[in-house]
Ligand binder design. Sequence first.
Ligand code: FAD
Ligand code: DHB
Length: 394
Amino acid sequence: MTAERTQVAIIGAGPAGLTLAHILHHHGIESVVIERRDRAYVERRLRAGVLEQGTVDLFRALGVGARMDREGLVHHGINLQFEGERHRIALSELTGGRVITIYGQHEVVKDLVAARLAHDGPILFSAADVSLHDIASDRPRIRFRHDGQPRELHCDVIAGCDGTHGVSHDAIPPGERQVFERTYPFSWLGILAAVPPSLGEVIYAYHERGFALHSMRGPNVTRLYVQCAPDDALDSWPDERVWFELAARLSTRDGWSVHEGPVLEKSITTLRSLVTEPMQYGQLFLVGDAAHVVPPTGAKGMNLAVADARVLGEALARWYRDGDRRGLVEYSATCLRRVWRAEHFSWSMTSMLHRFPDTDGFQEKLQLSHLRYLCNSTAAATSLAENYVGLEHV
Ligand code: FAD
Ligand code: DHB
């Protein structure tokens, strides 16, 4: 068994783990990133696409924003659509000039991996059997297998950045954590299509057939989602059915509809809200999806992961620099304020925009009333806009 030492052991090379590794590097703190998948897999995994202003600002400050600045699409508004009409929410006007940037999560991951490897920061891809030990002591360890060899990494702190299906959250004894959870009676079927976006901005559509979302990844690539049943399998969604539903749900009364094109990728995502509290136990800190999940409506998940990484990175920097543990002690409470704001926002967007099974019409009336209010009241639209672009203070 090879035993090594680092300051911070990071489990998971998603947005949370990689961002944290960069913040630590910026402060001269050593870390090792341990990732279950191989590099090609993490760089191809299609997921989020909307970066909040604060996320973009952080990537620039870390020196990893050059390609994002060249290729990312800056959007000043989003659209809500219902009863065949489109209504624009002018994000920038309502938030003092803040914007969102459309840039795929896998592009973020590619940039972060390339920058990490460029300064010789270790990422151990394809690590197997990762387990956490002695996390309640000040000498925590991680065991895993890499290149067929058993390895042990000793560290001061473990950052559990391994997402929903990782091992970190379960390392906290059940009696020491509480889990708050909601599931939803629907999923999203998402496609990536080789066709120019049908509109220059994101559209959230409420429709009696179910929710639909129009987004994009570049001038020639559209990203689209439709609400589907929670137990639907991909083979019940041939391309023709996907395009039929998209056209039905996204068309407007004035004859506008979506452009069709070759489908490059298709996947189903379940919708869930989940928060683990606290986000810390001993020397283990949970970061991003390892601690919390939001339904994708409202595009908060990756931004929250990056926000957690920032709080932990700054707290660790203060501890190593000044011996001041306050940031670490307050880590969980600080992050949870933002997490619960995003949980509420994502739940609210999800509840407003989807068709729920077995309703008697009451919920639909409320949904339409909420949508109309957002489109007719500057106060209501401002509230949506400031949550959407990301609140600076929560
Ligand atoms: P992950 O990205 O899940 O990274 C965890 C990493 O840990 C992975 O690389 C995984 O392979 C690795 N890992 C897991 N287990 C182990 C183990 N045992 N050992 C070692 N490594 C391990 N968010 C937004 O902000 N905006 C959006 O527009 C948006 N849209 C979305 C659309 C869809 C369809 C989906 C599915 C999600 C969307 N999200 C969005 C959410 C966003 O993708 C996640 O919140 C984000 O990936 C969280 O980052 P993370 O680093 O915490 O976790
Ligand atoms: C995208 C995903 C979302 O969850 C969302 O709310 C908006 C856009 C996207 O993938 O582009």
